[in-house]
Unconditional design. Structure first.
Length: 473
């Protein structure tokens, strides 16, 4: 997302793979180009931050497992799905605020009124979600048959409102093409969570339930530190965003019009995963004694390996929002050119990752999942090879969805994912009936879903971009 806008377009031009020029890009108030170089730099920061955060989080599980054991991890994981459900209130916040911020800056307007309105709105939404989580916690803990995790729900509930506020800051910085605060805050979150988590786990290791509660306290404290860091950057103005003393009020309607479909789109994937967790083991259990294990190898094994490069490509999706949003404000042919550049950049990163996962699936499985039996490892290798192509299609669909949000059409992305995930469910309901295909049917259905989402998003981006060109030129 683009750094400060407030000056006229610079003469910098860039080339994409087919040799056509990207065109003129706005230059930020700090004098740095916001074109191809700024886009790639921003994408690199987000990708690096996400990769480092995931790496730290992955390594965290090794000593944590040794301290709290399987039951401790089980209690820990009981709380997280509920927490993630309440976090859906802030799912679409960063991309929405980034898109609107980029539009304001692209029109040489201050983004401060937008920032203040968004902060008030999502602080209130997050506060309500936090309160609801605390209220329903006793009932959920009882339904789970693990009332000892009740304190964990209370410990984690404040994180909901904290994440809502953090999302506004991140979207604000990203909209100005300043990805560094987002990347640093993600790393800070993980370092604090891991450091305090291991410390608490060691001191309270005699009581597993109490240890889990303090691990979740560490999560909330990590969000506090990340928020303080972002607030400090905002106060010092290091993002390069030129703030003006404007006291106008930014309307809620543009924010809600964008954030609701973006949030719906963001909820579809976890909702589909929840449905899969119910249907797939039941279908597999008709002919397989290890149905739960097979599903676990897919969702916790192959999908985990695929999602690592996809999360790295998220940086490109995040960085595409402001450059496309500013082009959309001005109209003309540059919108489609910037969408294509973002797509080609994503493919350039995702394609080698997809090939690498396919060719070296056995090595990846042996390194990451060393404790699997020979049979389980072989199944996971086959699943990873089958699912490798989704690294490319999911990454590209992710970027194209962000481009639709940048053009003010997030409902198209939500519709694409609804169709794609419906196709996925229908496909595996058919393929999983065949014992010779077994759990590979879920991988094939997932590949089909991401391909459908990619093609629909590509079609919608082409349609919206060309329609805007006709209207504005």
């Amino acid at each position: 997302m683009e750094r400060t806008a407030g000056r006229r377009a610079s003469g910098a031009r860039g080339e994409i793979q087919n040799g056509e020029a990207l065109g003129d890009f706005p230059q930020g108030g700090n004098g740095k180009h916001e074109g191809k170089g700024g886009f790639l730099k921003g994408a690199a920061w987000i990708a690096l931050g996400g990769f480092v955060a995931k790496l730290i989080g992955g390594l965290y599980r090794i000593p944590l497992t040794n301290i709290i054991g399987g039951r401790g991890l089980g209690l820990y994981q009981l709380v997280y799905p509920v927490y993630c459900l309440f976090l859906t209130a802030s799912t679409g916040v960063p991309s929405t605020v980034a898109k609107l911020t980029a539009e304001q800056l692209g029109q040489n307007k201050s983004a401060e009124p937008l920032f203040r309105t968004a902060m008030k709105l999502f602080f209130a939404v997050g506060l309500v979600a936090t309160a609801l989580m605390a209220i329903v916690a006793p009932f959920i803990a009882k339904a789970q048959g693990a009332e000892e995790v009740l304190g964990g729900y209370y410990a984690l509930a404040p994180s909901v409102v904290l994440v809502s506020v953090i999302s506004v800051f991140r979207g604000y910085f990203q909209g100005a093409n300043d990805m560094l605060p987002t990347a640093l805050s993600e790393v800070v979150e993980q370092i604090v969570k891991v450091g305090l988590g291991l410390l608490f786990a060691y001191f309270f290791r005699g009581d597993i339930a109490q240890t889990v509660v303090w691990l979740l306290v560490a999560v909330s404290l990590s969000e506090v530190l990340a928020l303080l860091m972002l607030f400090g950057v905002y106060r010092r103005g290091k993002s390069g965003i030129k703030r003006k003393n404007e006291y106008t009020v930014y309307a809620l309607k543009p924010i809600l019009r964008l954030v609701i479909p973006v949030t719906v789109s963001g909820v579809l994937l976890p909702a589909s995963a929840l449905l899969d967790s119910v249907l797939v083991p039941r279908l597999l259990s008709r002919y397989a004694d290890d149905a739960v294990t097979l599903f676990g190898l897919f969702s916790g094994g192959a999908a985990t390996l695929i999602n690592l490069p996809v999360s790295i490509c998220y940086g490109i999706a995040a960085a595409s929002v402001p450059i496309v949003a500013k082009a959309a404000v001005k109209g003309g042919k540059e919108v489609w050119k910037r969408v294509r550049f973002a797509l080609f950049t994503t493919a350039a990163v995702a394609l080698p990752c997809a090939l690498g996962l396919y060719l070296f699936a056995d090595i990846a499985v042996k390194i990451v999942f060393r404790n699997l039996s020979a049979t389980e490892a072989q199944t996971l290798i086959r699943l990873t090879k089958a699912l490798a192509v989704s690294t490319l299609t999911l990454s590209c669909a992710q970027t194209l969805s962000a481009c639709l949000t940048a053009q003010g059409k997030p409902k198209y992305a939500a519709f694409s994912w609804f169709i794609a995930l419906s196709v996925k469910t229908a496909a595996y309901l058919f393929w999983l009936k065949d014992p010779s295909i077994s759990v590979l049917g879920l991988a094939y259905a997932t590949n089909l879903a991401y391909l459908v989402a990619f093609l629909l998003d590509l079609l919608y981006n082409f349609y919206v971009s060309k329609k805007r060109k006709v209207k504005r030129e």
